[in-house]
Ligand binder design. Sequence first.
Ligand SMILES: [Zn+2]
Length: 241
Amino acid sequence: MHETMNRLIKLQSVDYQLKAINEKMGNLPETVLSFEVRIQEEEEKKIQDGNRISQNKAIVIKSEGKIMDYRTKLERYQEQLYLVTTNREYDALTAEIDYAKKEISDAENIILEAEEESKNLEESIQESETLVRSLTDDLDKAKKDLDKTIQETRDEKERLEAERLEITKKVPRNILNVYERVRKARRGVAVVPIIRDACGGCNNRVIPQKRVDIYKRNKIVTCDICGRFIYSEEGCLTVDK
Ligand SMILES: [Zn+2]
């Protein structure tokens, strides 16, 4: 077997094992991240709701002040009503009274709306707090699972990574670049056996000249269609897929 080809076969085997380890993690890393993002969003919502409640409190205070002012004015207008001597004065004063009553009524409505909104916001904050508690529980569980899996696979992963490094050191740079490129493009499979004269990756027939080279095992051969390295399995290391 061609020396570099043999190393590529071993490299592919190591990469399959590393891939299997990563798959053991499943979607735990993404799950952890998504819980963290959701908790953060919910916390931000709570802050916004709280800010809105503070704004409503200020609105209520301002409106109450307004109501007091207009009530004082109203009392004064009503006293003045007894003193008017002309129709014009009377009309002007009743217009002021109507205006003051309307301002008071508007301010009362604003207070009601602000209080109603704040009540809903307080309920929403309570719901957020319940949600955050349950999300935090889920996050803790996912983190624990992830840590456990990382712990369990750490030694094996380190061993495989060290092995990978040793192999890649001995593979010519240009060949390694092709390997990495094809592996990325072809779902992690860059080295395949020839199976019934066809590429074990894409199943296309290998041209006769290349077939000869593959069976002789003295050259590095790649598939014309999918670009994968093709080797002849007989008498050499078998690769679990
Ligand atoms: Zn192919």
